[in-house]
Design a protein around this ligand. Structure first.
Ligand SMILES: O=C1O[C@H](COP(=O)(O)O)[C@@H](O)[C@H](O)[C@H]1O
Length: 242
């Protein structure tokens, strides 16, 4: 199946997280059986925490799995906003502690300076087997923020690098993000959202309008890869409720 959007709604994260984890784990097992290895890209933020906890309990040969990020804030791994720290804390535990992790941050002073080296490391992992993306209420997914510097590059399918450095217009940390082309290397895409506010944004994103206004449209409008929208009606729990 190519490019179809399927929506799966769940009452809350308690139901969504194990279902998404089981589906992702199945795809990882299939990739391991076919190629001897599997590559998964996950997002940060607060939404994926229950999914991470459910996924690390899945029984599979985690030593054959490489996990990377869809996007990262340019902060050290001990910073509370680090997506790598989130993955370390909730996903790289139990059996999943045996997985390899490819961060989207290195020792360079800025994301722009570190981008090329990380891009090469990430490209060496391709193709991704699964990418699980989130979405913000401003319609960003990955770090494709409306009005961000380099958004055009990030969404340019012919952009040669797998990663792009972006500065969100609203300020905050500089970001490193997979490009659209890199995300579309994944055989299966999931968009994981919770709560009615995000659902309303998603409904808007499905209407005609510029991709730059609601960059999640780039994902919704692509036709190369199957996309499953996993929606929890009840809003997400706080990180530590997982
Ligand atoms: O900044 C980010 O936000 C989105 C959504 O985060 P959430 O806290 O609303 O779940 C996330 O997908 C992205 O990876 C992250 O860097």
């Amino acid at each position: 199946m190519k490019g179809a959007i399927e929506v799966c709604a769940f009452p809350g994260q308690a139901e969504l997280a194990p279902a998404l984890a089981a589906a992702v784990a199945d795809r990882l097992r299939t990739a391991i059986a076919a190629r001897g290895r599997a590559v998964l890209a996950v997002s940060g933020g607060s939404t994926p925490v229950p999914f991470f906890v459910a996924l690390q309990r899945e029984v599979l040969d985690w030593r054959r799995v490489t996990i990377t990020l869809v996007d990262e804030r340019w902060v050290n791994a001990d910073h509370p906003d680090s997506n790598a720290a989130l993955v370390q804390r909730y996903l790289l535990q139990g059996g999943a502690a045996g997985a390899q992790f490819q961060p989207l941050k290195n020792g360079a002073a800025t994301a722009a300076a570190g981008c090329d080296a990380i891009s090469s490391q990430v490209s060496a992992l391709f193709p991704l087997d699964v990418a699980v993306l989130g979405m913000g209420t401003d319609g960003h997914t990955a770090s494709w923020f409306p009005g961000a510097s380099n958004l055009e590059q990030a969404l340019d399918r012919d952009y040669p690098g797998s990663c792009v450095a972006l500065q969100p217009a609203a300020g905050g940390h500089e970001r490193l993000s997979l490009s659209l082309a890199a995300v579309l290397s994944a055989a299966q895409l999931y968009l994981h959202v919770s709560g009615s506010e995000k659902w309303t944004v998603l409904e808007r994103a499905l209407l005609p309008g510029p991709v730059a206004d609601l960059p999640v449209r780039a994902l919704l409008r692509q036709s190369e890869r199957p996309l499953q929208v996993c929606y929890a009606v009840q809003d997400k729990p706080a990180r530590d409720d997982a």
